[in-house]
Write a protein that binds this ligand. Sequence first.
Ligand code: NAD
Length: 292
Amino acid sequence: MNSSLAPARDIDGKAIAAQVLNEVRDEIAELARQALFPALAVILVGDDPASQVYVRNKLLRAEEVGIRSLEHRLPESTSQAELLQLIAELNADPAVNGILVQLPLPAYIEEHAVIQAIDPLKDVDGFHRENVGGLVHGAEVLTPCTPSGCMRLLQETCGDLRGKHAVVIGRSNIVGKPMATLLLQADCSVSVVHSRSVDAPALCRLADIVVAAVGRPQLIDASWLKPGAVVIDVGINRIETETGTRLVGDVDYASARTVASAITPVPGGVGPMTIAYLLKNTVIATQLQQSR
Ligand code: NAD
């Protein structure tokens, strides 16, 4: 049971993402006064159905806030050299401010080589080593969108995060590790729980804040949580039901909300924040490029 014995309140990612998008619109208006018009290039290789949906949503949202979007759809047969050539052209084009390569790439293309080829000042996903290193050092760099979105959800929900114990479940380069770094910068005490952790539920029960980024449907239930914990569920997993399929998180929402004080639903929690922070990063990239 949570401390108030009432079910956890939902953290409304759609509403908070709408606030972020309003901020982005204001920043775009300010850039326009300086004759700067942010443009985002999105590259999709192959025809993975989920990636197509993600790319379509990103492009739609970009247009809605006034970011020019440039779509590059390449066939599955595209070679790594052709992809690197396109990235080199986009790097050199001053009218392009952000470059996003939708992952996963076909197996024969080295993801690492492609990410490292992107100009770090145009790397709106924040995956380039230079940005990863800058984040750890606390420099002003482009930061991965999902962890940035989670931080905003936490700030809106908890206010001051200083001194709180945060447990991040998962240690991927795109979510878990940057999430832990951002929480540390917000003066949290941070533990990272992963597939080799001993007694992950016991470690998690020490947390005031839980961020789950595991990719295992409904792994984390009430028994993993301290009463009153704030839970951010990054997971997006499609599961079979009797009537078809549905999306669930890494957290068992129905169980967890009997113990947590606040929780993100899936969908409608972290997902909208990721896109909002991609667009915010495109604005930040445009600003950073002015100082080079
Ligand atoms: P990943 O597969 O790269 O990493 C998963 C991590 O979970 C690993 O570090 C692993 O050590 C850890 N793990 C695996 N099993 C575990 C267990 N039993 N206990 C503790 N830790 C365990 O995944 P990812 O890319 O970080 O994504 C995680 C989830 O977040 C996925 O469901 C993905 O779809 C989702 N995701 C959502 C968004 C969004 O915008 N909402 C963005 C990115 C990823």
